[in-house]
Design a protein around this ligand. Structure first.
Ligand SMILES: *Cc1c(COP(=O)(O)O)cnc(C)c1O
Length: 374
């Protein structure tokens, strides 16, 4: 741990107790199998993950970015197409659109849930719009039913970005099971994390799944017979074995995240000008990130840092104002909600295994900050 940090923003802990040993044992078995890339372990994980999400097929790929860009390619998105996505997301969502050959169109999130909604999506539709990517941001499922209805009436394909939302549900159905396809990331710190890079695309569409299975492996449907010019974005056996073991504990880990979030929600209610995560009707939240908002964000972050409490900012620059997307021609003021979120959002430590004493320190430090402010 870094000197002076009493509460880390994130740490890998043995939660539930024994999971580390289980993962280590699984790794040894996977190493013994001597099948390192794709193969049986990967197929077994794909089967279990598809069943978990409640879809027909899951295809393991190299990471979450590839999952999204390959999903877009699989549904026929490419040159000349526009794809809508929220401006307040991790940059991978937008990069995936560019890597698929299309143009990202940024839209505003809802000011309470931080997720996109039909009224904001409608504003971004042009004659070139082909798809929309709802991002289940911070682990809270988007209100998918109205989004699916709008997409159907406007003729848009829905590709979900579920990279932060393993296990989140909308009206009891898993995030990732609504759209034509969905991309998941298993980056180590995600709610379901590998011990390296990993990702998956899930879908109910056989043709989409078959395309991905071939495309991720040089376009091979059969060894050395290539119908497509594919890429190398394969899941390896060791990551698949780790993910299979951890998937069995995902619910338990998510419940612990929700419990910790509940403590923050009750303890921080009406503290200063804090705005806490909003519980949208029917949308469960698995708290990949516990986000708060305050006008005093930068000062609060400095104060907490001096107390030894590490925090993070998701995300300091909205995507439409990132230098990388300058060519799209956006300027400050174009998406005021996304811009406000970027200036006021902060993320508190929340991960399975966070100790009660650590969480108490975060809460007391925040209360102390607002007391000295007034
Ligand atoms: C993590 C993440 C991704 C990308 O995942 P990688 O595995 O890092 O490529 C995409 N979208 C969102 C919202 C994410 O949080």
């Amino acid at each position: 741990m870094i000197e002076g940090i009493k509460v880390p923003y994130f740490a890998f802990r043995d939660f539930p107790a024994g999971i580390e040993q289980e993962v280590n044992a699984t790794l040894l078995t996977a190493i013994d199998s001597r099948q390192y890339i794709l193969g049986e372990q990967v197929a077994a994980f794909e089967k279990e993950f598809a069943a978990f999400v409640g879809v027909a097929r899951a295809s393991g790929v190299g990471n979450g970015l590839d999952a999204l860009s390959i999903a877009l390619k699989a549904v026929g998105i490419g040159k000349g197409d526009e794809v809508m996505l929220p401006a307040n997301t991790f940059i991978a969502t937008a990069n995936a659109v560019v890597h698929a050959g299309a143009r990202p169109v940024f839209v505003e999130p809802d000011k309470d849930t931080y997720n996109i909604i039909p009224t904001t999506i409608e504003k971004g539709i042009t004659t070139k719009t082909k798809a929309v990517i709802p991002v289940h941001l911070y682990g809270q499922a988007c209100e998918m039913e109205p989004i699916m209805q709008l997409a159907a009436s406007a003729g848009l394909v829905v590709i979900e970005d579920a990279a932060q939302a393993h296990g989140a549900t909308y009206q009891g159905k898993q995030a990732g099971s609504f759209g034509k396809a969905a991309g998941f990331s298993f980056y180590p710190t995600k709610n379901l994390g590998a011990l390296g890079d990993a990702g998956a695309v899930v879908t109910n569409d056989t043709a989409v799944a078959d395309f991905i299975m071939a495309y991720r492996n040089y376009g091979e449907a059969q060894k050395y017979h290539n119908k497509l010019i594919g890429v190398n974005s394969r899941l390896d056996a060791l990551q698949a074995a780790v993910l299979t073991a951890k998937l069995r504990h995902l619910s338990e880990m998510n419940i612990e995240r929700q419990r910790l979030a509940g403590v923050y929600l009750s303890e921080l209610e009406e503290v200063g000008d804090l705005i806490l995560p909003y519980a949208a009707k029917g949308c469960s939240h698995v708290f990949h990130i516990f986000n708060i908002r305050t006008r005093h964000r930068d000062k609060l972050q400095q104060y907490l840092s001096a107390c030894g409490v590490q925090t993070a900012i998701h995300y300091p620059v909205p995507l439409h104002l990132q230098p990388a997307f300058k060519y799209l021609g956006y300027t400050a003021g174009d998406l005021p909600i996304a811009e406000e979120l970027a200036s006021a959002s902060m993320s508190l430590p929340l991960f399975p295994g966070l100790k009660a004493s650590e969480q108490e320190m975060v809460i007391q430090s925040i209360k102390a900050f607002f007391r000295q402010l007034s």
